[in-house]
Design a protein around this ligand. Structure first.
Ligand code: FAD
Ligand code: GLY
Length: 376
């Protein structure tokens, strides 16, 4: 079977790898730039549904399953590639600064306790005992022992190496311009230089750029996705001095094992405009300094941005594309693509190769009735 994956971010690479590890040999990946160079490397690598979700709905449950899936996935990809991906199980602290934050944390604590999730409520003193660098303005926190982080840039290197070891055919600097159809089915893709590449099955994993692919066939449309920019900065410290990810309504700090602290992130509707702005960086610095005052004295060492793929209802778009045979999609992962992609890859490929069809593909498939149904 000739499988053609468009897009070399975490969504595309995990899907390509899933086909290969299940014995499908003719897998190719088309990437407009370099593998893993877009949102998947820009991300903070948090695997943190309990800190990031506001309600116990289908999406939250899906995120929790995806998080639990990571332990086995990280071990497998490290063994396969020989590259460490630094899955870090230290947990996440959600810090409150003031009364209204405390109220919001109390609610979060209550619905998560009711849902039977591991969560601890800490006083300000207990918070500072765990993380002495947090500002003394802290008024309390929640500790999520199972909200983790992964070094997503390392993960992209590991996935790329794994694909090469499996002998995938990789086309970098090769933008796909259009899908080519034959009757009810997709027949292949046309690249920007006009070449036709035929395939038996195509997976669209083009992140924020999905809506730019041409699909000239009456009555058919690729599901719409738009970019949402996130700017990030990082600080270099000589050794790791925060143990856990620190989340707050001001933003988040992610400490890496080499001493870097990532501070993120903006959420901006600026089209395909990538890049950092003085305003964005200054707000990230201000927020980081409010969480950990020592950072006020430091210059950031790196600044970058990425484009999150956002579907019209903010939920993932995963599974078979209605109205066209042999065409699948994995995008719209928005703020959770690092978390969700390994699990979604397994679910999509399992359903294609004739295994069990997960209920999540109905919840988050492009054919879902409406966002409220997906959230029910
Ligand atoms: P991408 O990584 O963008 O990959 C899509 C690829 O497709 C790109 O490489 C692109 O070049 C290629 N492509 C596009 N069009 C074409 C074409 N026509 N032909 C060929 N190739 C094409 N998620 C988390 O889970 N945890 C986090 O902590 C987190 N933090 C984030 C912080 C920031 C600042 C940002 C921006 C995102 C963050 N995310 C996080 C979200 C996460 O990064 C994304 O959801 C995820 O990376 C999306 O993966 P993807 O493969 O769909 O997209
Ligand atoms: N999930 C973190 C972000 O998207 O900024």
């Amino acid at each position: 079977m000739r499988v053609l994956v468009i897009g070399g971010g975490i969504a595309g690479l995990t899907i390509a790898r899933e086909f290969l590890r299940r014995g499908v040999t003719g897998v190719s990946v088309f990437e407009k730039g370099a593998l893993g160079s877009e949102a998947s490397s820009a991300a903070a690598g948090m695997l943190a549904p309990q800190a990031e979700s506001d309600a116990d709905d289908a999406f939250f449950r899906f995120c929790c399953v995806a998080r639990d899936f990571y332990v086995g996935f990280a071990e497998e990809i490290e063994n396969e590639s020989g590259i460490g991906v630094e899955l870090d199980l230290e947990g996440t602290l959600y810090a409150a600064f003031g009364e209204s934050d405390l109220r919001e944390l109390r609610q979060r604590y209550e619905w998560q306790r009711a849902a039977g999730l591991p969560i601890e409520r800490l006083t300000a003193v207990e918070t500072l005992e765990l993380e002495p660098l947090i500002s003394s303005d802290v008024t309390g926190s929640l500790f999520f022992p199972n909200d983790w982080q992964v070094e997503n840039r390392q993960l992209m290197k590991a996935l790329s190496k794994s694909l090469r070891l499996y002998n995938a055919t990789i086309y970098e600097d090769t933008p796909v311009r259009a899908l080519v159809f034959e009757r009810n089915s997709v027949r292949g893709v046309r690249t920007r230089n006009g070449e036709l590449h035929e395939a038996d099955l195509i997976v669209i994993a083009t992140g924020a750029w999905t809506s730019l692919i041409e699909a000239d066939r009456a009555g058919f449309a690729i599901p719409a996705v738009k970019p949402v920019r996130g700017q990030m900065i990082s600080y270099c410290t000589p050794k790791r001095n925060l143990r856990r990810v620190i989340y707050s309504h001001r933003g988040y700090l992610v400490p890496r094992s080499d001493g870097r602290i990532l501070a993120g992130a903006t959420v901006e509707d600026t089209g395909f405009e990538k890049g950092v702005t003085a305003e964005g960086v200054s707000s990230l610095k201000k927020n980081a300094g409010e969480i950990v005052p020592q950072l006020r004295e430091m210059e950031s060492s790196e600044q970058w941005s990425g484009l999150r793929p956002f579907a019209s209802d903010g939920l993932p778009l995963i599974g078979d594309v209605p109205g066209c045979e042999a065409l699948y999609i994995s995008t719209g992962h928005y703020r959770n693509g690092i978390l969700l992609a390994p699990l979604t890859a397994g679910l999509i490929v399992e359903s294609i190769l004739g295994g069990e069809r997960s209920e999540y593909l109905d919840c988050f498939g492009p054919n879902r009735a409406s966002s409220s149904a997906a959230k029910a």
